[in-house]
Design a protein around this ligand. Sequence first.
Ligand code: ADP
Ligand code: ADP
Ligand code: ZN
Ligand code: ZN
Length: 832
Amino acid sequence: MAMSKDNNMIRVRGANTHNLKDVSLDIPRDQLVVFTGVSGSGKSSLAFGTLYAEAQRRYLDSVSPYARRLFNQMSVPEVDSIDGLPPAVALQQQRGGSSTRSSVGSVTTLSNLLRMLFSRAGDYPKNQSIIYAEGFSPNTPQGACEKCHGLGSVFEVTEKTMVPDDSLTIRERAVASWPLAWQGQNQRDILVSMGYNVDIPWRELPKKQRDWILFTDETPSAPVYPGLSPEQTVKAIARNQPPDYMGTFIGAKAYVFKTFSTTQSALMKKRVSQYMISATCPLCHGKRLKKESLSVTFEGKDIAEISRLPMLALAEIFGKHSKTPAGKTQTEKNIIRQRISSDIYARIQVMLDLGLGYLNLERSTPTLSPGELQRLRLATQVHSNLFGVVYVLDEPSAGLHPADTRALLHILDKLKAAGNSIFVVEHELEVIRHADWIVDVGPEAGENGGHILYSGPLKGFNKIKGSHTSAFLFQNKKPADHTLRNPNGMLSLRGASRHNLKNVDADFPLGVVTCVTGISGSGKSSLVSQVLVELLAASLGQKTDPEIDNQNDAPVDEILPISGSITSGLEKISRLVVVDQRPIGRTPRSNLATYTGLFDHVRSRFANTPLAKKRKYDAGRFSFNVAKGRCPHCQGEGFVMVELLFLPSVYTPCPTCGGTRYQKETLEVTYKGKNISEVLQMTVEEACNFFDEDPQIYRALDILREVGLGYLRLGQAATELSGGEAQRIKLATELQKSQKGSSVYVLDEPTTGLHPSDVERLLVQLNTLADAGNTIILVEHDMQVIAQSDWIIDIGPGAGDQGGKIVFTGTPEDLAKHPSSKTAPFLKDYLR
Ligand code: ADP
Ligand code: ADP
Ligand code: ZN
Ligand code: ZN
């Protein structure tokens, strides 16, 4: 490869990160550089793992050890040298959403500007003195509502939560939130002494009595005669019989709150919290701010109301105010108003360009898709006035309708024009065509990749043989002929409501591949991945999310009631499978072999060898998750963590087992000449040859190879797999199971992270499942996939409030002919 001495080049020498094969290349600065190659070829290892990681390492060397700890530090890249590398900013997608909770307004800094605007140029009521900008933030003591402390919601208890079954009597524990055992009986006995009837159903007590028992703050004392019946108690009190003791009553609500806030016992806290629900704060009505702060308005709206408008609407308001009003005298307030408005307007404009106009400032970031979040951060960068840096982006087109991809390119061009270098890992052909420079990594994935096939401008790339990317860019292959399948039934959804979907009816044909299309924010995921999945799971008695559950602290407002119903088709469905890109496990203890179930068979083969039998080693002996056979020092992990003060911890191979994970004795057992550790080291491809006479194991391996994962090692840890790899492993695991043809598969943007040649493989798999009679429902932008599906449901026409309706249903051919569809013009090229 030609090496230049050009000063405007970044010179990489001897990069070996992950699968990179000692590569050296020159990459121009101040250009749009796109890194391409099949999934797993090493694009990210080069762009993020090497270039960005090195830039970050140099930067961190220059800051204090304390500051260093605040960074999500990458591991040190394996590279001999990199010259000419500018500082880098990574806009990487965090798969599975971001973990820290912030809002669109804070990520974009628009909330700060709004606060300044309200403080300096808002309309104040008479006699209201000026409020500083902090006073408009619910996160400061100056701004936060006194009742809910700026949360917008408060915990409440209701009759319904505390008395779940009102046919019970008090004696039968109608008040479920009362303490258990003696304390609860004490409350009852006090009520008896006070003359309450504890032996009629709760609902037959007068409302006034029920309210008092539940909600009173009074704590009256009463004589207690445990063991006496109500009649006997009345008589005892009448004759002034001395009680066993005097008891103090506490209202049911007061008890719940007192226990919740004072108990030291987590169990008690949990017990009472089940009677509490979160309700909108009655003082601020969920607006989170003090009354005074909410009294200040702009365009007649308080700051909370402004934060709830979609950015599209904000653009209108601030567009108007950003112009200097003609003829008016320029008061200081007017000037400030105009200045800040035009700043806000300019920033919002970029977000509209990136197809994010449907978002409002209040929206919390964990509810955004990774693509939305990345574009939001990208939009924010355009106004950061940085120059001379490298922006490293991870598939910025993810989640974008092709109609919006142009706007994305426009933004990237803007950043470049400001004097920055833009590095993008991308599969979208339109983005690749727009690049000034292409770095193609390959030719295949994993071990068979990691070489630079091409580094240069688009012109010249067509001459490169053996590059999948070049083939797709220049051949303009027409897709294979596709015969439409006939549905064998209809899954009918009625009255679906969620986010911007209002009472939508949708019919999903069974036994075919359906694509749900529409621009970003139109409501595809709300319909398919939320309402449909939840209703179907509930009807089938399945849990939607066995792995993740509550680990990602779902925001309170995310627990939404199920609305809508399935009115037909259920009788033909036995199972719902959601195939997403989330990790197959969160620790290195789960890997490809364990997840697919393959390892169970492998272990039993080892247990069946003569030596194992002689030593009485069972299959458990060959598991690195069981103490019996694994290395005791690293507990079967194969490596140990070395903690370094102020630096990222490093992992080194375990000194005891040499990284093999097992005890010496376990490794003495071999199967066809290999020990268990050596088997885990094999790639899927190698293992296919090794186990070719063992149908049970071979079949599982062969499917993995077919979905394009032949390069992965059997022991490859779940934590080292990309989202696309995880998704394909899940699909392969499904394909292994015997097909009854009655499953529904739901995939939300399965092509994210996939090279067009990988998309072809994915389609083969999905078609296999559909041919077996299963139902495939996809949310997808990829024209290759849309063109090859049997049925399309297009949601729109716009995003947010302007979307949420079904605007088209029909075949891909019909959609391509549709006069007003945004998808039609792009789809035409992909149909025969
Ligand atoms: P791409 O970005 O082209 O999809 P990657 O650079 O993510 O590919 O991966 C290239 C290869 O490196 C793959 O075989 C992948 O499994 C492997 N890999 C990725 N991340 C790690 C890691 N943290 N440790 C070890 N191997 C990794
Ligand atoms: P798509 O999948 O077509 O991109 P979504 O279903 O994600 O669209 O979003 C549809 C609308 O619902 C958008 O206006 C979006 O802002 C809104 N929305 C999506 N998720 C949430 C959420 N968790 N909270 C509030 N609004 C949401
Ligand atoms: Zn409040
Ligand atoms: Zn060890």
